[in-house]
Ligand binder design. Structure first.
Ligand code: RM4
Ligand code: NI
Length: 259
């Protein structure tokens, strides 16, 4: 079986970068990767989700995000039922507004997927019954929009996807799994760095913000980003500087470097 799934086979409408598929049941499925991301919501049964680094037993209410490059699969899935929301983060094209720098959004959509790879967990969290029921009503609505194609359905689908992402971030905030309290706190620190990278940042400011000791913070950074906090800040500055240089070729390197 081809194990790299292409965008155009699954997200058929290029003007609508979100597709919802129910897997009821989700059959066992070998390791594969995709050109898109998947937001997975388990609503019934049990099964095992695995990657090359970990495997984890899934239960009803589990929510997690798989980014394209991360190879994953399912096994032992007799009764597992889930919704797989395939989306292309690059072509969603709608500003995520204030949600994208909320620690819980970051934890679920950005750090979680990476965290899972390194820690033996999927990096998501588990909804309680009531939250799951609410989320599934929203999922039904998205499916209906996509099916019925009424006026503005693309806009509606994306709007509902945003709503779903926001709800999930709120629920995550209320019930962060133990392991991901750290991911959430790390999210806070990364937001802070992104806002303040152009000035001097002291490690102790970050430590204070993170609720961790400085060695745990450094370890967490290494684990999730592959860099120490200081290296992370330096890399971010270099990256921002090169973006500026490309954008404003007339400005001098010294000027941008200083900035
Ligand atoms: C599978 C499973 C995978 C997904 C493919 C398209 O049944 O849900 O994660 O990538 O479908
Ligand atoms: Ni997949």
């Amino acid at each position: 079986m081809e194990d790299f799934l292409r965008k155009n086979e699954f997200i058929a409408d290029s003007a609508l970068p979100v597709t919802v598929v129910r897997r009821a049941p989700q059959p066992d499925y070998p390791l594969h990767s995709h050109e898109f991301s998947e937001l997975v919501i388990v609503y019934s049964g049990k099964g095992i989700h695995f990657t090359e680094q970990y495997e984890q037993e899934l239960e009803s209410g589990d929510v997690f995000v798989i980014h394209g490059k991360m190879r994953h699969g399912y096994r032992g899935c007799g009764s597992l039922e889930l919704v797989n929301i395939m989306f292309d983060p690059e072509s969603i094209g709608t500003p995520l507004g204030d949600i994208c720098n909320q620690p819980s959004f970051r934890a679920l959509f950005e750090l979680g997927p990476v965290f899972g790879r390194k820690s033996g967990q999927h990096g998501g969290f588990r909804l309680n019954r009531e939250q799951l029921d609410q989320v599934m009503v929203l999922v039904d609505t998205v499916e209906e929009e996509i099916r019925e194609k009424k006026t503005g359905y693309r806009m509606m689908t994306i709007a509902l996807f945003m709503q779903l992402a926001s709800w999930l971030s709120r629920y995550y905030e209320k019930t962060p799994p133990k392991a991901s309290v750290q991911v959430r706190d790390l999210g806070k620190v990364i937001n802070f760095i992104e806002k303040n990278y152009s000035r001097q940042i002291q490690l102790k400011e970050l430590v204070k913000l993170s609720n961790m000791s400085d060695s745990s913070l450094t370890r967490a950074f290494l684990r999730y980003t592959g860099k120490t906090p200081i290296d992370y800040i330096i890399a971010l500055r270099v990256q921002r500087a090169s973006t500026l240089l490309l954008k404003y070729p007339a400005r001098s390197i010294a000027e941008i470097g200083y900035e």
